[in-house]
Design a binder for this molecule. Structure first.
Ligand code: SF4
Length: 348
């Protein structure tokens, strides 16, 4: 039986996921179901199921949204066509894209406007990569980190830019950066990498954790890119690492001979699932926090949602009959309200 669980800090929900979950919670409390959401709001099967239970319908094609229905666009960012299509057919559109993904979209637009050929390091088929490539499809080439630059052929080798999906493994992104830097000495990259703070902090924590642990468990769903990156970062150290959605996925033989278990969670995994994993492991000496840094990031609710809720609140206070949007003060005190509390309102 394991002696101890070392619990990574930071782990789990990032500021973008916090914002997106709280925003969708507002949607289901303000509108009668169904509320539509283009793509999974975040890549976690428990969160998706919780919202489905209260009437959210997740769609892969914006044309599936009925005319006039309320729709939210996911945290991973949507293509300009999807944003436009949603605006044309939906009654209310709230875009819950993470601001750090929006920043990459701006970089793509800016470099494409200057006639750069853009290397975009990302995973084909991932929602974020699909949305970002669609911002300037004629100027951007999706380069998978495991394949590298084979096949990339810029029109002008002095005008090449390198951008990335926010949730890659740092070592994978660095390998492509190195290759691109050697081939294109004038390479343009963002001052800091496009990998977001949450991705890099969680990877730093799991890397250090893997040096101390006999086994690493990463809570998160299969389609969560940053979760998969955490597993790969841990494996790079030589420590056995497994992704699990929940405690029930643990194979008992993984724990055989593992005295110290390192535990972390991807940026879209709810923390109660992590607590359930500790209970399932039941370490003889309990668990200990393994903190590498503090996170203070906070992203406000989407601008359209704030405007909509403010107008609704004014109508309620003006004596109109409208449904009460959640607990009083939540909008004003959004910083003090967590996505975990929001999920408890949705699916207690
Ligand atoms: S992982 Fe990073 S880019 Fe993705 S939602 Fe979280 S903060 Fe935003």
């Amino acid at each position: 039986m394991p002696k101890k669980v070392l619990l990574a800090e930071p782990r789990g929900f990032c500021a973008g996921v916090e914002m997106a979950i709280k925003a969708l919670t507002w949607m289901v409390r303000v509108f009668e179901p169904p509320v539509y959401c283009y793509h999974q709001i975040v890549h976690n099967q428990w969160v998706v199921k919780a919202f489905e239970q209260v009437g959210v319908v997740f769609v892969e094609n914006i044309d599936e949204v009925p005319e006039g229905a309320p729709v939210m666009l996911s945290a991973h960012g949507s293509s300009p066509e999807v944003v436009q299509g949603a605006g044309e057919r939906a009654g209310v559109v709230i875009d819950a894209v993470c601001p750090l993904v929006t920043k990459v979209h701006h970089e793509v637009k800016r470099m494409a406007a200057q006639d750069f050929d853009i290397i975009y390091v990302g995973h084909e088929g991932h929602d974020e990569a699909t949305g970002t490539v669609a911002v300037a499809p004629g100027a951007i080439s999706l380069v998978q980190p495991e394949i590298g630059l084979a096949g990339f052929d810029p029109a002008d080798s002095t005008k090449v830019a390198l951008l990335a999906q926010t949730t890659l493994g740092l070592h994978e992104w660095q390998a492509v950066l190195e290759q691109a830097g050697q081939q294109y000495p004038d390479l343009w990259t963002a001052r800091k990498s496009d990998l977001c703070y949450a991705t890099t902090n969680r990877q730093e924590a799991v890397q250090q954790l893997a040096d101390r642990a006999d086994l690493i468990l990463v809570v998160g769903s299969e389609n969560s890119s940053n979760t998969q990156a955490l597993v790969r970062v841990a494996e790079e150290t030589g420590t056995a690492a497994y992704r699990i959605d929940a405690a029930g996925d643990i194979h008992p033989e993984w724990l055989t001979g593992a005295r110290i278990v390192g535990l972390t969670a991807g940026a879209s995994a709810p923390d109660h699932l992590v607590q359930e994993v500790i209970d399932r492991i039941n370490p003889s000496d309990g668990f200990e926090l393994f903190r590498v840094t503090d996170e203070e990031e906070y992203f406000p609710l989407p601008r359209q949602l704030r405007g909509f809720l403010t107008a609704l609140q004014a109508a309620v206070e003006g004596g109109f009959t409208a449904r009460k949007p959640g607990q009083p003060g939540l909008l004003e005190n959004d910083r003090d309200w967590t996505a975990t509390e929001a999920l408890q309102l949705v699916w207690p």
